[in-house]
Design a protein around this ligand. Structure first.
Ligand SMILES: Nc1ncnc2c1ncn2[C@@H]1O[C@H](COP(=O)(O)OP(=O)(O)O)[C@@H](O)[C@H]1O
Ligand SMILES: [Mg+2]
Length: 326
């Protein structure tokens, strides 16, 4: 086992992290248990100086009992000098996030970065999925209200609409030709034709759940099923979906095998696929979650293979980890 890595987590404030739900918290816990030091920063703490990328970080240690985390004093590190950088900032993908990924380019090939900043930039979670349209329900992306209504007609009179920059179920709605609110919903969603939206065939199987399949370097780590409340379309945990154990079907594994080469090409190592009725609806890459629930279902720490993967890659970069200056 490789010990003594220094890991920088670019993420949201620790105060916002739920110790029993958050995947980044699970990674922090596993890192600590495996003898690594973790350093926390937010995107705004990352900076360029004389062409090199640095961050103002604070050491963070986590615990299963309150206080759940402790932070050290701020210090400055050059990212090329640490063992790995984990980009775990929650959406939205805004200008600040875009600049973060561009600044991280300065550390490319000098340390491990998970996920690859170029992949994070390219893979808008909703649009990237369309590379794999063959595995998706019928989908259209447009800002044109009439085009959406025509497509909904084609789909048999109902569909699901979503903003391109949403997450956690935010803004996801069902629309129907017979609902007098539909045209107004579309005007709100598209800012009266000025903003793109996604329209998708409604998958009735969503009532059984939306499966989150977690992948590490193109391989299935496992899956959890998120079942929506009876009174909501959306299965997201954030909006009241409940989590159940599940298996990954042969068909779902085929889909994973088909899309994995592209994910690897784009440096998307830790990925969460959303699947409804064995159809792909989303490829989550910015800060996919589900590790804690999966670990509980399987009775073992599923953060471990992820941190082990980083250990492996970090030792490819630097055979003698302990000599890294911070
Ligand atoms: N095509 C669809 N058919 C049925 N339900 C859907 C469909 N697309 C999304 N949903 C429901 O809405 C939820 C959120 O949609 P998703 O596309 O995963 O966006 P988000 O990024 O907000 O999670 C899903 O968990 C699912 O319950
Ligand atoms: Mg989703």
């Amino acid at each position: 086992m490789v010990r003594g890595m220094r890991l920088v987590y670019v993420m949201d404030p620790m105060e916002r992290v739920l110790p029993d739900k958050d995947t980044t918290f699970a990674f922090l816990r596993t890192s600590l248990a495996r003898g690594h030091e973790s350093f926390h920063c937010e995107p705004r703490d990352v900076y360029l100086k004389d062409g090199d990328v640095h961050a103002r970080v604070r050491e963070v240690t986590v615990s299963d009992a309150s206080p759940y985390f402790k932070m050290g004093d701020p210090r400055d590190v050059r990212l090329a000098d640490v063992s790995a950088v984990l980009v775990r900032k929650d959406p939205p993908f805004d200008a600040e996030y875009l600049y973060l990924t561009l600044m991280l380019e300065r550390a490319r090939n000098r340390t491990v970065i998970m996920n690859d900043p170029r992949g994070l930039r390219d893979a808008n979670e909703k649009l990237y999925t369309l590379h794999f349209a063959r595995h998706m329900p019928r989908t259209m992306v447009t800002s044109d209200r009439q085009r959406i209504l025509d497509f909904v007609d084609e789909l048999g009179g109902e569909g699901v609409v979503k903003p391109l920059d949403g997450a956690g179920g935010s803004g996801v709605m069902m629309i129907s030709k017979t609902d007098r609110n539909t045209r107004s919903i579309l005007d709100v969603l598209t800012l009266e034709g000025r903003r793109l939206a996604m329209v998708q065939e409604y998958l009735p199987k969503v009532r059984e759940g939306d499966k989150r399949v977690l992948l590490l370097e193109g391989q299935v780590l496992g899956a959890i099923l998120r079942v929506p409340r009876a009174d909501d379309l959306r299965s997201n945990i954030h909006v009241g979906g409940t989590v159940e154990p599940c298996v990954v079907t042969a068909k779902e594994r085929e889909i994973v095998a088909d899309i994995a080469p592209r994910l690897l090409e784009d440096g998307l190592v830790f990925v969460g696929l959303d699947m409804i009725g064995e159809k792909l609806t989303e490829v989550n890459v910015t800060s996919p979650t589900g590790i804690q629930e999966l670990s509980r279902h399987l009775g073992r720490d599923m953060g471990e293979p992820v941190i082990q993967w980083i250990e492996q890659r970090a030792s490819d970069f630097r055979p003698n980890l302990r000599s890294i200056p911070v």
